[in-house]
Design a protein around this ligand. Structure first.
Ligand code: SF4
Ligand code: SF4
Length: 723
């Protein structure tokens, strides 16, 4: 029925374009696809060139979640839900996350719209006509009306989101968007091309969206506003706007003809440019989020060969290389990094960008923008020298406290810490390290502790206790108490260890210690890159565990807690490992102790290796709650806690060059709350923050207390805190 066909609701694809113009379009589209897939091929080839100790099984095991982890890791379906809801972005800055969500779903909608159009026109139209002599299009009638209504909404969402993100990038003074380096090379540098890369990316998206919207309005205007095009509601409004500006049907048609080419040309150029620019994260970031595995940080991977660490590009795993390509330069890790905040020459963002630029150059991947320039070849541009020390400076690598704040906050699942440790292993192999660190490692190697004290002195803190602490090597106990070096040797911590011993005895807990057989657990030794020494310590402690009879391990030290719980199982440890705050909380929960409420106002500091690493957030808070103290949270708490600055072996290194020690920064944060007590659950924290309180001059108004000291006061009545 020709008369009906004339009024059928649809629009002409390539309306007004000549056959030559169509041919040009398809040739350009072909060229675009060739460039796009060539770029992707270069990327995938680079990933395949990475180290794969277990072949591609890591990918299958990662996606299938076969790699066990003590903390719940999202399933693949949950990861997909996280990506779909952009939860890794919204969790920190909700407005930014919502804007990104609009862009994300808006563009998925527009991609779907283009695919449907191509299916109808190219496959069911052109190809089917060529093969069968008939066409099978469906782009008409109710489908056409619904298509326009839905995808106009997608376009609007994408425009609003992109505009919001672009304005933030271009005009926001937020410090994480400041591209100045934390580690400034002596010869200077320029990041103007990185800024330009951002601008081109955002401007490209906006141009595609806005021209798409305008040609929609021009088309409707040029067609004389057919009534059914009201379903194309956004384009209809724009068309009416053109009319109000005096642009009639003829002018609309001629403008549409050239603006269509601007729209199509920008879209094709953007697709071709994608693998060579920041836009790559559209593909790499979701992939990285699916294979991302935080267990890699809790349980560090072994070095590529022996203890030598990374030396060449071939040492990096495909997962690491994918992570570099996923970075969007959002700067969140840069902002939260305690080393950067303290004025150290480390920014996790710059670390990733430097490695990315270096690996792109090594892999021969051409980048027009998104690169840093230096007057002479050094840093990520250098072709000479070992990787650790040239591409990434030694001082940068040694500044890391391995606090995991960067990994926690990264919206695209980049895992900075294992890579930093692999490069530190290389420095250790070259013998490049701080003299004080060297001394501490020497002490650990010869005496089994970082204090350099004789092993026989390890249990000296038990002298003066009313009861003899059982020797777990000689009698069976339920809990083997692993103290760690600070709780055993540091004079300030002796009283805290004694208090915990009294509390456990009072509560009737069966516990014992290893006496002189306990060695440094090796958590921080491993994180400074001394893999060989770490393995020696593990063997030594495992021999001691074998001599003892116990059901589970309780430890005072979150660092020991992490390695015993997550790394020792690979060496044969099969016992449950808990932190003493969990044991204290269980005493309360099971009604094994009766506590008198205290009238104190306190704040609590989440140790990195207890909280962020192992997700023990509630037990310490439950203990504080049970003592009746009023807990006032610091703004940075739980996963967002701020490191004391001691982790990753930093406690053994010189920090006199820092502008403000992280522990001092943290005490100032607590002081703003007006609390009297700063509660810790880590011996190193006790030492670090006690010093920081003195530095800030708060000795008279704020006291650092261990959680067991509060518990003891509520349980036994003895006021150790004021003593
Ligand atoms: S682990 Fe902590 S100190 Fe190290 S780069 Fe990340 S945020 Fe900075
Ligand atoms: S590594 Fe992650 S958090 Fe850091 S700048 Fe890149 S995307 Fe942002």
């Amino acid at each position: 029925m020709p008369a009906m066909l004339a009024v059928l609701e649809t629009r002409t694809i390539f309306g007004g374009e000549t056959a030559t113009a169509r041919l040009v379009f398809y040739l350009l589209a072909l060229l675009t696809l060739v460039l796009f897939f060539w770029g992707l091929y270069r990327r995938v080839r680079a990933y395949r060139g990475g180290r794969q100790p277990e072949g591609w099984r890591w990918l299958r095991r990662s996606v299938a979640r076969e790699i066990p982890d003590v903390t719940a890791r999202p399933s693949v379906a949950e990861s997909a839900a996280i990506i779909a809801a952009n939860r890794s972005i919204t969790k920190v800055k909700r407005p930014v996350g919502i804007a990104h969500l609009l862009v994300f779903w808006g563009f998925i909608g527009l991609f779907l719209a283009t695919s449907i159009l191509s299916l109808d026109y190219d496959i069911l139209g052109t190809v089917a006509r060529f093969l069968t002599g008939r066409t099978y299009g469906f782009f008409q009638g109710p489908f056409y009306l619904g298509y326009n209504a839905v995808f106009d909404l997608a376009g609007l969402l994408a425009i609003v989101g992109t505009l919001a993100l672009a304005l933030r990038r271009w005009f926001s003074p937020e410090p994480q968007l400041d591209y100045r380096r934390a580690e400034v090379p002596e010869e200077g540098y320029s990041r103007s091309k990185i800024v330009l890369g951002d601008q081109v990316f955002m401007a490209g998206l906006l141009l595609i969206l806005v021209t798409g919207l305008l040609i929609q309005g021009l088309r409707i205007d040029g067609e004389g506003f057919p009534a059914f095009e009201r379903w194309t509601w956004f384009g209809w409004v724009i068309g009416k706007l053109f009319v109000s500006l005096g642009i009639g049907a003829a002018a609309a048609r001629s403008t549409h003809a050239w603006l269509w080419w601007v729209h199509v040309g920008t879209a094709l150029a953007f697709i071709a440019y994608l693998p060579f620019s920041k836009a790559l994260h559209i593909l790499s970031a979701p992939t990285n989020l699916v294979v991302n595995d935080p267990a890699n940080i809790r349980r560090l991977p072994a070095p590529p060969s022996g203890p030598a660490g990374y030396a060449t590009l071939a040492d990096f795993t495909p997962k690491e290389l994918l992570g570099f390509d996923s970075c969007t330069k959002c700067g969140r890790c840069h902002y939260v990094c305690p080393a950067r905040t303290a004025g150290a020459p480390l920014s996790p963002r710059d670390f990733i960008l430097d490695l990315r630029q270096w690996s792109d150059r090594e892999n021969g991947i051409p980048l027009l923008l998104d690169t840093e320039k230096r007057p002479v070849a050094s840093g990520p541009l250098s072709k000479e020298g070992p990787l650790a020390g040239t591409v990434i400076k030694e001082r940068t690598l040694w500044s890391c406290t391995t606090c995991m704040a960067c990994v926690e906050i990264c919206p695209v699942g980049v895992e900075h810490v294992p890579t930093i440790v692999q490069l530190r292993r290389s420095l250790v192999d070259q013998g490049v390290m701080d003299a004080t660190l060297q001394g501490a490692l020497q002490n650990i190697s010869t005496q089994g502790n970082s204090f350099g004290k004789s092993a026989r002195m390890r249990a000296r803190w038990t002298k003066g206790l009313e009861v003899q602490i059982p020797d777990a090597r000689k009698e069976p106990v339920e809990y083997l108490w692993f103290l760690g070096d600070f709780a055993s040797f540091d004079e300030r911590l002796v009283q805290v260890s004694q208090t915990l011993a009294s509390v456990l005895s009072h509560a009737g807990i069966s516990f014992g210690i290893l006496y002189e057989d306990e060695r440094n657990a090796g958590n921080d030794v491993r994180r400074v890159g001394e893999e060989g020494l770490f393995e020696m310590l593990v063997e030594s402690n495992m021999r001691a565990f074998e001599k003892a009879s116990f059901d589970r391990i309780v430890t005072t030290d979150p660092h020991s807690f992490n390695t015993l719980r997550n790394e020792y199982p690979a060496f044969g440890l099969e016992k449950e490992v808990i932190h003493y705050s969990e044991l204290l909380a269980s005493l309360v929960y099971k009604g094994q102790v009766e506590l008198k409420p205290l009238q104190r106002r306190v704040t609590y500091h989440d140790p990195c290796y207890l909280g962020r690493y192992n997700r023990v957030f509630d037990a310490p808070r439950a203990v504080i709650g049970a003592t009746g103290c009023e807990l006032v949270e610091m703004p940075r708490n739980r996963t967002n806690s701020f490191c004391c600055g001691a982790g990753g072996g930093r406690i053994w290194m010189d920090d006199s060059f820092l502008e403000e020690r992280p522990s001092v920064n943290r005490i100032r944060e607590a002081a703003s709350l007006g609390v009297d007590y700063f509660v810790v659950a880590c011996p190193k924290d006790y030492a670090m923050f006690s010093d920081a309180v003195k530095t800030v001059g708060l000795e008279g108004s704020m006291k650092v207390v261990d959680i067991v000291e509060l518990f003891s006061e509520a349980l036994l009545g003895a006021n150790l805190i004021e003593a």
